[in-house]
Design a protein around this ligand. Sequence first.
Ligand code: PNS
Length: 170
Amino acid sequence: MAAVAKSRLAIYPGSFDPITNGHLDLIRRASSQFEELVIAVLRHDSKEAEFPLSERTEMIRDSVTGLANVRIASFDGLLVDFARQQNAGLIVRGIRAVSDYEYELQMALMNRKLAPEVETVFMLPGEAYSYLSSRLVKEVCRHGGDISDFVPPHVAEALRARRDRQGGTG
Ligand code: PNS
C-alpha cells in the first residue's frame, strides 16, 4: 500500500478513560474525512486514569472494528513529538460546546508554536453527544445510573464490573 500523504494522516489524541459514544461519533466522522486516522491514547496523565492503558486500548479496539483506516497507538510525552514520529500532518480534536474552546485553542496554539507543520483541526460531534464526557459517564455509573446510552455495551460492562469490584452503589 502506498504511504499516506502527511496531510491526509490525522491523529485523534486523548485519554479515552473510557471511550464514549461521543468519541466514537467523532472517530467515524474523522475516519471518513482522512485517509488514515491514528487514535493516540495518552499513556500517563497528571490525573490518574480509571482504566489502565491496556484496557482503554482494548475497549477502543472493540469499538472501531468496522473502520478499516483507523489505527490505535499510545503515546507519552509531547503530542507533537508523537505526530512527527508518525509523520502526521493533522491533529483532530472534538469541540462539544463553547466551554471546550478556550482550552482547545490554548492547546492548539501551543502545539502550533512547538510544531508549525502540524495543523489542528476541530470537528463537532453530533449534538446528541454535546454533554457527554468520560468523567460524567464514570460518575453516573459509580452512583448506579443507567449509562447504556453513553458508551458501547462492552464499555458499559467494564464500567459496571469495575464499580462492583470497588463496591460502588447499585
Ligand atoms: O481528551 P483529553 O483526555 O483531554 O486529551 C488531552 C490530550 C491527551 C490531547 C493532551 O493532554 C495532550 O496532548 N497531552 C500530551 C502532552 C502534551 O503534548 N502537552 C502539551 C499540549 S499543549
